[in-house]
Every structure is written in structure tokens, then in C-alpha cells.
Write a protein that binds this ligand. Sequence first.
Ligand code: HH2
Length: 258
Amino acid sequence: MGILNLTPDSFSDGGLWNDPPRATERALRMLAEGADLLDLGAESTRPGGGVYGAGAAEVPVQEEIARLLPVLEAVRRATDAPISVDTRKGEVAERALRAGADLINDVSALADPRLAFAVAEAGCPVILMHSRGELSSMQRGIHFEDVVREVRAELADALARAGSAGIDESQVVLDPGIGFGKTREQNLALIARLDELSVLGRPLLLGASRKSFIGGAGSRLGGSLAAVAWAARTAAMVRVHDVAETVQLLDIWEALAS
Ligand code: HH2
């Protein structure tokens, strides 16, 4: 899954792709490099309370729609590849699905009932990601006894919530939410023990690309690729910025594993 952030403030690529022709070019390049699907997001979800200070500012719904729709429409015209839209807001999800998005990526795991309703009505896939607390402060006061066990239990709750909202559980992809209210050690434990989330019976997505737990002042490509290589045994999807390098890694990984 290739990331296209249509935001001025995303932590690693903010401001790069917010005009429709450039975003479309970027989307097509990621597909040419081997991405199977795209994830378009118009609100940064950089968590606050830790290395990112106050975190990302919440974007009003009309602004998120105004950033997203021109690019979504342009990318939709340019490709039949599946397009995911990364949003927490029901109204944005509705507009995105109407404009041709194929699935919704919700980092709040159905905090907005209107989003759940939109997904249920469309019968489309949805990604439900684990997080705890409010985005603006989730890197403060982090506490887990056993992060993998607790994330697994809370993802099971999210799956049940989807079922109660009328979403077919077969449409749900689950994600441990790397970097969302977790310490470096907890992020590493979740990646190392990702296979323990398989008991939930749903495909897993891992989003570790360029995240701060990797550390380093420069490129985080090496650490991002290490996470992909480790998770490749278990994850159905990886959400990445560096598509060409990730595809190359996975090609060789698969050749070695077969
Ligand atoms: N991470 C980010 C955003 N959306 N969605 C899922 N399902 N899983 C993730 O791990 C995930 C996500 C944050 O990364 P990024 O999009 O690069 O930055 P920003 O939120 O600042 O735009």
C-alpha cells in the first residue's frame, strides 16, 4: 500500500503532494513501482505528547474534503487500482466512497458512527487500526502490562464493534497501530510478535514506514525495510512511503522463502 499524504504537515512527506497533477503523477509512479493499492490521506495523524510535540492539528471536515476530493477524483480517473482513503470522519468517508474510493482506512477504529454506517452501506473493506486515547496526547502516560495481549483484545473489540454496526466482518482488516500511543519497545514488541494477532482471523496491515521508533536523524529507510522483512511472514499488507525499495525487498524475500 503506497502512501499519498495530501497534507501540509505529515511527519515525513508533508506538503509534497497536495496539488492534483503532482499527486496523480506520484500515485501512478507508486503503482508502476509495484504498489497494489494506494492510501490517500488529507489529515495528518501525527500523535502528540511525544517526539512530535502537540501532534497534528485536527482538520475541519470541509478542509479535509477540499484537500482530498480534487486529488481523489484525478487519481480515480487515472487508474483502476484500489484506492483507500485514510480518514476518521464519516462525512469524509461518504464523500470519498461516492467519488470512487474502494476502501476506508480508519485510524480511530470507528470512533465516528457515521463512518461505520457509510462503510456498512457501501459494503466496502475497512481498515481498523488500534490506538488509545486522544491523538493530541496519546504519547503521554502510556501504560500496557502486555502490549500484544492488550492490543489483540482491543482489536477484537473493534471487530465486534464493526459487526454490531452492520459491517460484514469479512471486510475488516486489522492493524496494531505502530506509533499510536506506544513506546519504542512496545512498537518493537508488536512487530516482533505480529503473528500473535493472527488468531483474530482477519488480514493484518502493518504501518511502520519512517516512524519515529526507528530513530536516526536521516533516512529511516533501512529500519522501515527491516520491519517489512520481519512482518512479511504475517502481514497481508504493508503501508509504506518507499514503494520501489519495499517491492524489491519483498520480491527477494519471496524468492528466498519459496
Ligand atoms: N499511520 C499513519 C497514518 N495512517 N493508517 C494505518 N492503517 N496504519 C498506520 O500505521 C498509519 C495509518 C501515520 O503515518 P503517515 O501517514 O506517514 O503520517 P501522517 O499521519 O503524519 O500523515
